[in-house]
Design a protein around this ligand. Structure first.
Ligand SMILES: [Zn+2]
Length: 383
């Protein structure tokens, strides 16, 4: 691969105006950038994404082709499975998720999720997702039922039993960035402290020996020592590296020996992920109804939204030197509005992993987990 430029090249705007595109601050062509980067050392398995939509899924496939992503584990809505499978073929595996859009959301996130897991399992899914961000407390309050959706609450215990019975793994979101605990979750009465988010997780890891995947570096890329202790204590725990802006900010600000040391020690437990979310609303013009268009509002912007994630993540793991992230990180301004504007992005240190470390992060660990879950034997289902 080529050495990254200190700042991505700018193609500029013909009328001379400066428009900051949140996913492409320097106006680069991520198609060109993918060929400058070259192919990864092995085809990549993205273990954490949310692929949906029709044209959006096709656009995602184009991005995956450009950046060497051979397979993706996707949290796709059940009704979208057939179409996404048609577009992605054997390149997609699904992760069971509750129906967030159900009319009776309280049922869908509780008892209804158990049925939904069965339906996903019948479609070949061997992983179920628990969404345990602190803001789930707001949903419980909306339902008037505090504790209903706890990670070690009644429904999650039932779901974990189901995981044992069906031979499934559990992916869970746990905690959120430190920056959010400083701002959005500043009231520990409402959300608990960051440390408290790990108590139910550890109880569940002990109680259910199935493989667990704690998303977004276990919610704690800020504190690798904490993750080190968690991984030591729980042999069934894996972490995925998804959530691009968060990872660039935290992993990209740490010293390379610390990052390579951690990733080498835990190479058999770390899975590459992006958290890319694709949906057709990204390809539509921005309107009041089309709220999701805030992330992108047209095909090229949607392309940048997806491609920028793979570009930046691969650059951090494979490259040398450093680069200013092409993706606006609103947390910088949220935490420190005096120092950072709303369109700032962090400078990311590249860690230049060697080929064998990249191979385990990008693919090897995922292949091992797939074998554990019997995923190589699941015949592709054509609906
Ligand atoms: Zn996600």
């Amino acid at each position: 691969m080529s050495t990254p430029p200190s700042t991505p090249r700018s193609k500029g705007h013909s009328d001379g105006t400066t428009i900051v595109d949140a996913n492409n601050r320097f106006g680069v062509d991520f198609r060109d950038e993918s060929s400058r980067l070259g192919p990864p050392p092995c085809p990549i398995i993205d273990f954490h994404a949310h692929i949906g939509g029709d044209r959006a899924a096709m656009l995602y496939r184009e991005v995956a082709d450009l950046y060497g992503i051979q397979q993706v584990f996707s949290m796709t809505r059940l009704e979208e499975l057939p179409r996404v499978r048609e577009i992605m073929g054997d390149r997609v595996q699904f992760i069971a998720v509750p129906d967030w859009y159900a009319e009776d959301r309280k049922h869908a996130l509780g008892a209804g999720y158990l049925d939904q897991i069965g339906l996903f399992h019948a479609e070949g899914a061997r992983i179920m997702k628990f969404f345990q961000a602190p803001r789930i407390r707001d949903v419980e309050r909306e339902f008037g039922d505090p504790g209903l959706l706890r990670l070690d609450g009644p429904f999650k215990v039932e779901a974990a039993r189901l995981a044992e019975e069906l031979g499934m793994a559990i992916m869970t979101h746990v905690a959120d960035p430190d920056t959010w605990f400083k701002c959005k979750y500043a009231d520990p009465e409402l959300y608990g402290t960051k440390a408290e988010q790990y108590e139910p997780l550890e109880r569940m890891l002990d109680r259910f020996g199935v493989p667990w995947i704690a998303a977004h570096m276990g919610g704690s890329p800020e504190d690798l020592d904490h993750l080190d202790r968690l991984l030591e204590r729980h042999g069934n725990l894996h972490l995925d590296t998804s959530a691009c802006k968060w990872m660039l900010r935290e992993l990209g600000s740490k010293q390379t020996p610390d990052i390579t040391g951690f990733f080498t020690k835990w190479r058999s437990r770390l899975l590459f992920g992006s958290d890319i979310l694709s949906m057709d609303a990204h390809l539509e013009p921005s309107t009041e109804e089309n709220v999701m268009a805030a992330k992108a509002s047209g095909k090229e912007q949607a392309f940048d939204l997806y491609a920028s994630r793979y570009w930046a993540l691969r650059m951090m793991y494979e490259g040398t030197g450093s680069f200013e992230s092409p993706i606006v990180d609103p947390d910088l301004h949220m935490v420190d509005p005096d120092t950072h504007s709303e369109t700032d992005a962090p400078t990311v240190r590249c860690h230049g992993f060697d080929k064998t470390l990249l191979e385990s992060l990008y693919r090897g660990t995922a292949e091992t987990l797939k074998r554990t879950l019997g995923l190589d034997e699941v015949p592709p289902i054509r609906s």
